[in-house]
Ligand binder design. Structure first.
Ligand SMILES: [Zn+2]
Length: 196
């Protein structure tokens, strides 16, 4: 089932999300719905707060990034296979020299900004079977995880841009909050007169 994605300005996007246990109700169905919602919106990642649930869960499928022709064969392979469910994740380590990448977000349609983050992370999490995993990631897989991880910490990529840039996109952000935008997927706007 495709779920509505909550838009910029919704309080749930600013909240630090809570951990969940194995008995979280209908978890399997929720994960399926999150993947379906993400694919429908052509996203590479979706965090639970973006569908209105303040829990520490996000899904990723980085396959669309593997199309880039400048990638090496091993990078292509890695991105094609980078489909994961992250439950109760904890970034243990972030290192390297920060690099910029043009990020976007399904909750902030049509806004893209260059964001600086460290290139390498080590993350501990539970997968969909609640098996504990530790992974070291770099490049784009790390980048997507960092963006989604921010969501469960109540942080958006627009919180990581300069005040000047933020002022430049302020009216666009206000329009998103009010629902004065055209999006190819279902959204829920905090200040819309009527949700479409
Ligand atoms: Zn996002």
């Amino acid at each position: 089932m495709i779920l509505p994605i909550v838009a910029y300005g919704s309080p749930v996007l600013k909240k630090k999300a809570v951990e969940i246990s194995k008995d979280y109700p209908n978890l399997e169905e929720l994960i399926d719905n999150m993947f379906e919602t993400m694919y429908n919106a052509n996203g590479v990642g979706l965090a639970a707060p973006q569908i209105g649930l303040s829990i520490r869960l996000f899904v990723i499928d980085a396959k669309p990034f593997s199309q880039d022709e400048s990638l090496t064969e091993s990078e292509v392979k890695e991105l094609q296979d980078f489909k994961r469910v992250f439950i109760n994740p904890k970034i243990i380590e972030e290192k390297g020299v920060e690099w910029d990448f043009n990020e976007g977000c399904l909750s902030i349609p049509d806004v893209h900004e260059d964001i600086f983050r460290k290139p390498e992370i080590k993350i501990e999490y539970q997968d969909q079977n609640f098996d504990t995993k530790i992974e070291t990631l770099s490049g784009l897989p790390a980048r997507v995880v960092q963006h989604e991880y921010d969501h469960i910490e109540g942080v958006l990529f627009t919180d990581r841009i300069s005040n000047l840039k933020k002022r430049l996109i302020k009216s666009r952000l206000t329009n998103i909050t009010k629902g004065n935008i055209d999006v190819g997927y279902k959204m829920k706007y905090p200040l819309a007169k009527k949700n479409r």
